[in-house]
Design a protein around this ligand. Structure first.
Ligand code: NI
Length: 185
């Protein structure tokens, strides 16, 4: 089932998300709805707060954006109760976007590597190091669990330049080619 994506301005996007356990109601249905919603919106990742649920769950598929000869370097994974253990490596800029903030993109600097502890959809524990694009998408989705949006990490001038578009999103004047739930419509 396609779920509406909560737009910039929705309070759930600014909350710190909660840990869940395996008894969370209809979890496998929720995960399959998140995959469907993410692919329909042409997203690389989707975090539960973006569909209005303040829980520590996100889905990522970077295989889609890897070059043809590097597909095996991509990941398609469900991350539950993720905790960043450490980030290291040089900061590098990459142009990010977000399904909750349609039509805005901008360079964000983040460390190259991230070590993450999480459980998968079967609640099996993992402790892994990711780098490059995989790390990048994980860091972006992880920020959603902490109530942080990529636009908060843009350079001051860029932040100024997007103010108009942001207020359009907040007031429901923006458009997206997927179902989106604005704060005021
Ligand atoms: Ni996002």
């Amino acid at each position: 089932m396609l779920l509406p994506i909560y737009a910039y301005g929705q309070p759930v996007l600014k909350k710190k998300a909660k840990i869940i356990d395996a008894k969370f109601p209809k979890l496998s249905e929720l995960i399959s709805d998140m995959w469907e919603t993410m692919y329909f919106a042409h997203g690389v990742g989707l975090a539960a707060p973006q569909i209005g649920l303040s829980i520590r769950l996100f889905t990522i598929d970077t295989i889609q954006i890897m070059d043809e000869d590097k597909k095996e370097e991509g990941i398609k994974q469900v991350f539950i109760n993720a905790q960043v253990i450490e980030e290291n490596g040089d900061l590098w800029p990459y142009e990010e976007g977000c399904l909750s903030i349609p039509d805005i993109r901008g360079d964000v600097e983040r460390p190259q590597k991230v070590r993450l502890q999480y459980v998968d959809e079967n609640f099996v524990k993992h402790d892994e190091i990711y780098e490059g694009i995989n790390a990048r998408v994980i860091q972006h989705e992880y920020d959603h669990l902490e109530g942080i949006l990529f636009i908060e990490k843009l350079k001051p001038l860029k932040k100024k330049l997007i103010q108009g578009k942001l207020s359009d999103i907040k007031t429901g004047k923006a458009i997206a080619d997927y179902k989106i739930k604005f704060l005021r419509v």
